[in-house]
Design a protein. Structure first.
Length: 382
């Protein structure tokens, strides 16, 4: 190892200690390589490519700026001359092989062929209001919902009889109904009663029969729905218990004798945590048949950098949920990282503190209720 490389590794080690990432120095090396490969890109793009949540990516970028390896540009961020030279000391080659046609997903989805279906979906999806971030809601784009269904078709999963959603804040069920026969069943289980109103309107307008069951997944699925479904779709809370619980509930309702299919959408986590999640899936007899990185795109969802992975799982008998009965432990992101945030009213300049243990828990609620002092609904973060 030459002197330059030793000094570079030393600098990277210091950054690793400051941002405290589980991926260690290799995580910082990857981040540098992404900046080198894609100059002048916004931090959200860099976060997506490097596999870090946006807040962590911002922290790494700021540390690189401090040591002169990175600089801001009108279009985003890029390595400085020193940063570029550092990457050259780390590797001889660094170029992109991603397919430009499919963006590395491996499938080409011709969304323009389904404009009518997308427009109908967008009309009803606009009725949802803001996502409830306190229960880790973030809405997938209309195009993502369509891609999920087209991918199901690719896997011969639209010829089954019974479909269920363990949570459907994305309203994928509405688009799915446009691709199924009238006698194919769709049932949505969700805690958010807003979805029932939208589904009821959709059913009335389109002569469909999507069923909505109000349910808190901390409790087992009602017995009348257990063991009867062929395919389950779920986009659980962004935590390991969220995956374990929602997949466990999916296993409760899938056919127990022949198994079924689960489409699981979940954001990327650090390797050690992803290893635990994959072990949990294997313990439940869930075979991963497909992993599609960056498949799901979300509106907002900064913590996920606006993207998540789609997994297709085949469940093999005996179906073995690892969470049985009632679940009373931590579940949502806010349960593990409870934070209070302070917002300033644009109108009266008063400060309002929001958080899990406060009267107003999210910025969405604050905007809905308005400033407690003047009822204005525009705020800035302090």
């Amino acid at each position: 190892m030459n002197t330059n490389r030793e000094e570079i590794i030393k600098q990277i080690n210091e950054i690793t200690k400051k941002v405290k990432i589980k991926e260690g120095i290799n995580g910082i090396k990857r981040f540098l390589a992404v900046l080198d490969r894609y100059p002048n890109k916004p931090i959200k793009f860099v976060a997506q490519k490097s596999g870090f949540p946006t807040p962590i990516s911002v922290a790494i970028k700021n540390e690189l700026i401090k040591i002169g390896w990175c600089e801001k540009t009108p279009k985003g961020n890029k390595l400085s001359f020193t940063g570029i030279e550092a990457v050259k000391e780390l590797t001889k080659v660094n170029f992109d092989l991603t397919c430009k046609e499919c963006d590395g997903i491996g499938f080409i989805f011709e969304e323009n062929k389904f404009e009518k279906e997308l427009e109908k979906f967008k009309y009803y999806a606009s009725m949802r209001g803001a996502p409830k971030t306190v229960i880790d809601q973030s809405f997938a784009t209309a195009e993502t919902n369509l891609r999920r269904i087209l991918f199901m078709n690719h896997n011969y999963d639209l010829i089954k009889d019974n479909y269920a959603f363990i949570g459907d804040s994305d309203l994928t069920s509405l688009l799915l109904s446009q691709f199924l026969k009238n006698d194919q069943e769709i049932v949505v289980f969700d805690i958010d009663q807003r979805l029932k109103k939208i589904i009821d309107i959709y059913n009335k307008d389109n002569s469909t029969n999507i069923k909505f069951v109000h349910h808190d997944f901390r409790n087992p699925i009602p017995r009348s729905y257990q063991g009867i479904f062929d395919v389950v779709l779920t986009d659980p809370p962004y935590t390991r218990p969220g995956v374990s619980l929602f997949v466990s509930r999916a296993l409760e309702i899938l056919n127990q004798s022949i198994g079924g299919v689960i489409y699981l959408s979940f954001g990327q986590k650090p390797p050690q945590e992803m290893l635990k999640i994959q072990k949990d899936l294997l313990a439940m007899n869930c075979l991963v048949t497909h992993i599609l990185p960056r498949f799901n795109k979300y509106i907002g969802a900064q913590i996920l950098a606006g993207e998540s992975v789609l997994y297709r799982l085949e469940t093999l008998p005996p179906l073995t949920p690892i969470i049985k009965g009632q679940y009373l432990d931590k579940l949502y992101t806010g349960d593990f990282n409870p934070k209070n945030r302070i917002y300033v009213c644009i109108n009266c300049k008063n400060e309002i503190t929001i958080g899990k243990n406060k009267k107003i828990k999210t910025i969405e609620e604050l905007k809905e209720f308005g400033c407690p002092y003047c009822k204005n609904n525009k705020f800035k973060k302090r």
